[in-house]
Design a protein around this ligand. Structure first.
Ligand SMILES: [Fe+2]
Length: 196
């Protein structure tokens, strides 16, 4: 099992490979936040067994049998939905709600980064690892992000994006990412929604 605190930090994935995987990182305007997000993903690749190629091929969830959509298709879709939703809320509710677009984008990009420590590949298929059973990705995601200097407002989104977050008083940015994530997940739970 990888040890989160003492795993080696040699580079398995380059920054160029990461930018190819995640072009949306470039949408983050504040340079320190952009670099902290990139650093978190690079660290997750160091600590976990999955590669960028795996993320382009494995299903995005283990909770839907034969899920036809990949991890990266789902994650990038969530970032795009969250970004557009945040902009619409800024236009119509910006006088009432504080909405930081960089925080939304960073949180959406990092929401599932902990899955790199939750999953393992066995027999060509992804499955939950021993660590993943004990610590789902919202927990390991926060641990990785804090280590890389990601601010608390973004760690809050990682922590609260999934069902565990239903017990948390979510920020507006966390609500946006949570609903974007579920909008791009729940339709798969009804087999009638899938193209034949
Ligand atoms: Fe998630």
């Amino acid at each position: 099992m990888n040890d989160l605190a003492t795993a080696p930090t040699s580079t398995k994935v380059t920054r160029e490979q990461l930018d190819d995987l995640w072009p949306e990182i470039d949408w983050i305007e504040r340079p320190t936040l952009r670099e902290a997000v990139a650093k978190t993903w690079l660290l997750a690749f160091e600590r976990g067994p999955l590669t960028p190629e795996d993320l382009k091929t494995i299903p995005f969830t283990l909770l839907v049998a034969n899920c036809p959509t990949t991890f990266m298709e789902h994650k990038r879709c969530v970032v795009h939905i969250a970004n557009e939703s945040a902009k619409a809320m800024q236009v119509f509710m910006g006088n009432a709600l504080k909405i930081d677009l960089d925080t939304v984008i960073a949180g959406a990009i990092l929401a599932d980064v902990g899955k790199l420590l939750e999953y393992e590949i066995k027999g060509g298929k992804s499955q939950q690892s021993e660590r993943g059973e004990l610590l789902r990705h919202p927990f390991t995601g926060v641990a990785l992000a804090l280590e890389c200097g990601v601010p608390d407002a973004v760690c809050h989104i990682i922590a609260a994006h999934a069902a565990e977050g239903d017990l948390v008083k979510r920020s507006t940015e966390a609500f946006i990412v949570h609903h974007a994530d579920f909008m791009a997940y729940l339709p798969f739970k009804n087999p009638n929604n899938l193209k034949k």
